[in-house]
Design a protein around this ligand. Structure first.
Ligand code: THU
Length: 137
């Protein structure tokens, strides 16, 4: 599927501004492209308990899945202190990679938006030999 990468990254940057990050100060935004062309956004939502914090990527996935979407093409992610996109990528944490592994194919694209650049990896590159649904069938 072809898609407008710059638009997806801009959507992630806009979503970043909604982040609730009073503890770390790091705002993160995500834009998740579904196979039907729809896009779900997410931001990080922190919590005073710290451990109940939800990352931007998982917010986007859970919003999409909760609306019946199960087929995904790509996600754009950006983050930075105070909502200013960093020079270096803001890579998805291990828990988010595991959530991606549940729903996405090995060639699912992860676009990390930096100040001047977009770094792209597949899920298989970021989570090689991961544990997935097929292992408990
Ligand atoms: N964060 C994300 O939103 N996504 C990630 O994949 C890494 C970390 C958030 C969680 C927390 O609110 C802040 O970034 C600092 O860790």
């Amino acid at each position: 599927m072809t898609y407008n990468l710059n638009n997806l990254c801009k959507t992630a940057a806009d979503a970043m501004q909604n982040a609730y990050a009073p503890y770390s100060g790091y705002k993160v935004g995500a834009a998740l492209l579904c196979a039907d062309g729809s896009v779900y956004t997410g931001c990080n939502i922190e919590n005073a308990s710290y451990s109940a914090t939800n990352c931007a990527e998982r917010t986007a996935f859970f919003k999409a899945v909760s609306e019946g979407k199960y087929n995904f093409i790509a996600i754009a992610v950006c983050g930075g202190k105070g909502g200013v996109i960093e020079d270096s990528p803001f890579p998805p944490c291990g828990i988010c990679r595991q959530v991606m592994r549940e729903f996405c194919n090995a060639d699912f694209k992860i676009h990390m938006v930096t100040k001047n650049d977009i770094k792209t990896y597949t899920l298989d590159e970021l989570l090689p030999y991961g544990f997935g649904p097929e292992h408990i069938k």
